[in-house]
Structures are given as C-alpha cells and as structure tokens.
Design a protein around this ligand. Structure first.
Ligand SMILES: *Cc1c(COP(=O)(O)O)cnc(C)c1O
Length: 362
C-alpha cells in the first residue's frame, strides 16, 4: 500500500463542478478583489464562528500581523506566543516591532495553559497569542481571566483549528480576536493564499480592514501607513463552496483520528491528548516517540508517508539566534520526538487500518 501524508484529491473531485462554476461566475463578473464574494464569505464565516465580524485578508501570517497592529502593538512591547508553533506566529510579532516571548505548552495536549503564561508576563506584555495547535483550542477560560486581570489582550492563531470548540464555545468567544489561514492544506483551504481575522470588537475589525487596504477607510483617504493584504474574489468564491462542506470534512477527520486513538496500542508511541472540554478538529494527528527517525523510516518502508510539525523549535531557528528565550525543554522534546500520521478526507478504512497495524507492529 502507498499512503500519502495528506491529499486533497478526493475532496476536490467532489467539489470540481461547483469550483469551476464559481470561477466562471467571478471571471464573468469581472471584479477580482474585495467584492461581493468577499463580503458574502466574510458574513458566512462570521456566522460559522458565531462572531460579529470577519475581515478576509491575504494569508494567515498577514492576518496575525495586522491583528497586532490593529491593537496598537509595536516597538517596545512584548507578545507571548507558544514555544511550539509554526514560525509564522512569532514572525508576525517580530514584524509588528514587538518582541515574541515564548511559553512552553502542555506536553500532552500541545497547547498553552494559564500557569505557564503567568510566569512570563512583564510590564511590557501587551498580548498573548495562543495557538490552537494541531486543531485543539488552548485552555481558554483561565487564560482569558489571567489576561483580564493583567490588562492584556488575548488573541488566537487559529490557522489549524477551523470549527474547534472549548466548553461548547467557538474560537473568538474567549479572545479579543482570532486569525485563520486558508492555505490550501489547512482544514478550510483556498486554492492559493488567503486568511481572515474574526472578532466581536468593531474597532479592531474596522482598523484591521483599513490596514489591509492601504490604511484607507474610504477611497483615496489614507488614515494610516497601511498594507495591501486583501482577499481575492476568486479565493473567497472557492472558500464559500468549501465552507459548506467543512462540518462534513471535520467529522471525517474526527472519525479517522478516533480510530487511531482507539486502536493504536504500542507502548513506544505517545498519543495526543484531547482535553475533555474541547472538540479537536485534527488538522494534524501528532504522535511522539523516542526515536522518531527510526519510526519514520519504518513507516516509509511500508509505504506510509508522515509529516513533522515542527522538527526545529523556534528557539533553535537561525532567524531567532539573537533572541534569548530562556530554557525551553518541552518544545525541544516535541521537536525531537514529534511525528504526524496520515489523515485526510477520503482516507479509506483499509488505509486507516493499515497504518494502525503497521504502527502496532513497530
Ligand atoms: C499555516 C499557519 C500560519 C500561517 O498561515 P499562512 O496562510 O500560510 O500565512 C500561521 N500559524 C499557524 C499555526 C499555521 O499553521
């Protein structure tokens, strides 16, 4: 058997006619940036997230950057981010002029908890960005209380967690705002780069929109040094179609993940923990093992591709060689031991069972 780590083939075959129709509609309408499709997608995605405002933009990284700028965060400020995340979360903080401060996650659920964040709060801390890593939300209620107590903002980088919940509440409920990536491989993906910011705060939403469009609140009036970080009509049209299937696709991801959780029983493998107050949307099914290269090679020999999220911790990246992040043993352990199993819409039972069998025989 040959099992890819991820593929969109099956999902995209199902949607092909609708996607081509969407392309034709936008093509014929002749309006390609920030138009009717963007407006409709923003409304539909805000409804999906149960928040008041959604502003589409160019990608997930720009979304985090503009979210920070919208809140007035910049030079001299500190922003707390997880020590184990995709580099984009930290990069966006650096773009803003603020300093990223890294906080260790829970080693089993891979997301942030209040007690570790509290240790890193200083007078300069302006915000915390939690990352709903692999598709699971952070421990939001205590974190939100901690942020309130300290007068700092709470944001979510939800690039991996479209549709995840915490205590039955959606992303954006406990925070001042959240960003999404619609990179093609994300749970909700465009056919190119795209992103969004969601919030219940009108001031932040308006500022974000202004900054994403040349700092302009109305045509040729420029109130700030803005950017060109807008969403394309085509991508919005494609996203509207995919959004309709997102719940179905998430349920399928959950079914596959649950099969892994129930049937993988090899004491060399540490399975991911889903906290009981959360629904996980399984962007990544992340396991850990002592000698991951050994396991990776073994699975590869049996035709099973795997991923790594992420093999080098942020504190060990050359880009951040001049930052002193302190001792971060948990994120280094995750970087060393972490491996991601195949999980995608359309994976057959035979394929799922094959992966389980091979891992159990390892
Ligand atoms: C993908 C991702 C991003 C960046 O999104 P892009 O759309 O690729 O810019 C940011 N944060 C996390 C956690 C991601 O997984």
């Amino acid at each position: 058997m040959n099992i890819q780590f991820s593929t969109m083939d099956i999902m995209h075959k199902e949607m092909r006619e609708d996607m081509i129709q969407a392309f034709a509609n936008v093509y014929d309408k002749g309006w390609y940036i920030s138009g009717e499709e963007c407006d409709l997608f923003e409304k539909e995605f805000a409804d999906f997230c149960k928040v008041k405002f959604c502003v589409g933009c160019s990608n997930g990284l720009d979304a985090i950057h503009l979210m920070l700028l919208s809140a007035g965060i910049g030079d001299g400020d500190e922003v707390i981010v997880p020590s184990n995340t995709f580099i984009a979360t930290a990069l966006a903080v650096s773009y803003s002029g603020a300093t990223p401060v890294l906080v260790e996650p829970n080693l089993n659920s891979y997301v942030l908890e209040a007690k570790e964040i509290e240790k890193k709060i200083t007078k300069k801390t302006k915000a915390v960005i939690v990352v709903d890593l692999y598709g699971q939300m952070a421990d939001m209620e205590p974190i939100a209380n901690l942020c309130k107590k300290n007068g700092i903002l709470l944001f979510e980088d939800a690039a991996q967690a479209h549709g995840a919940t915490y205590k039955s509440k959606n992303i954006g409920y406990y925070s001042d705002g959240a960003t999404f990536s619609f990179y093609p491989g994300k749970n909700l993906g465009a056919l190119g780069d795209a992103g969004a910011f969601i919030t219940n705060n009108k001031i932040l939403a308006d500022k974000f929109r202004e900054l994403s469009n040349y700092g302009s609140s109305s045509k040729y009036i420029h109130d700030s040094i803005g950017y060109n970080n807008r969403l394309d009509e085509l991508q919005a049209a494609f996203l509207r179609i995919k959004l309709k299937s997102l719940n179905k696709i998430t349920e399928e991801r959950q079914r596959i993940a649950n099969k892994y959780l129930e049937n993988i029983n090899n004491n060399k493998i540490i399975l991911p923990v889903v906290e009981s107050d959360r629904t996980h949307v399984w962007h990544i099914f992340s396991i850990r093992t002592e000698n991951k290269n050994n396991l990776k090679e073994y699975l590869s020999k049996h035709g099973i591709s795997t991923g790594e999220h992420y093999p080098i911790a942020i504190c060990d990246q050359t880009a951040y060689k001049n930052n002193d992040f302190g001792d971060l043993p948990i994120s280094r352990t995750i970087a060393k031991q972490q491996l991601s199993l195949p999980l995608y819409f359309g994976m057959t039972d035979l394929e799922i069972e094959y992966v389980i069998q091979k891992i159990n025989n390892y």
